[in-house]
Design a protein. Structure first.
Length: 165
């Protein structure tokens, strides 16, 4: 094998490699917090998905608009509940944050991408609640808060990564 081939192989291995030492310090704390937040979001989304699929109404104690929001045409896409998509996204975010915590480099990038998509979806759904439905669902607002926190973690990780590099 030539030196050029060895160098190309090394670069390829490095790109997909697992960091031999899991992240400690601030990075580990941020990925750990992200995993816990994603679990909270998953619980919220699963609760809303079950309510949607069983036809039950969500108990809304603070905002009073849950049934209007969750029963609107915006609550599903092609008959598939938006909350179920949220559950899938939170499960992916949890899995990727956990993998990133243990040093999988590709998981870091995928985590940032999934959280970015979640952020954009959250902005759209907040717009729908505020300007189209004029009603708010506290479970949806809880999910939005979690997504905003996850987005903040992604920004902090990128900033910390650039400061360290």
């Amino acid at each position: 094998m030539s030196a050029r081939q060895r160098k190309a192989l090394t670069i390829k291995e490095e790109k997909h490699a697992v960091d031999p030492r899991p992240f400690g310090g601030l990075r580990g704390l941020l990925y750990g917090a992200a995993a816990l937040l994603a679990l909270l979001g998953l619980a919220d989304a699963v609760y809303l998905t079950i309510n949607h699929l069983t036809g039950q109404s969500a108990r809304c104690t603070v905002t009073g608009g849950c049934n209007e929001v969750l029963g609107s045409t915006y609550a599903s896409v092609g008959g598939f509940p938006i909350a179920a998509l949220g559950a899938l996204a939170y499960f992916a975010a949890f899995s990727l944050a956990t993998l990133a915590l243990f040093g999988y480099r590709q998981a870091q990038t995928l985590f940032a991408i999934i959280v970015g998509l979640m952020f954009l979806t959250t902005l759209w759904l907040l717009f729908v609640q505020a300007f189209i439905l004029h009603k708010y669902c506290e479970y949806c607002l809880f999910s939005a808060a979690i997504t905003l926190l996850l987005s903040g973690i992604v920004v902090a990780l990128r900033y910390q990564s650039k400061a360290a590099g």
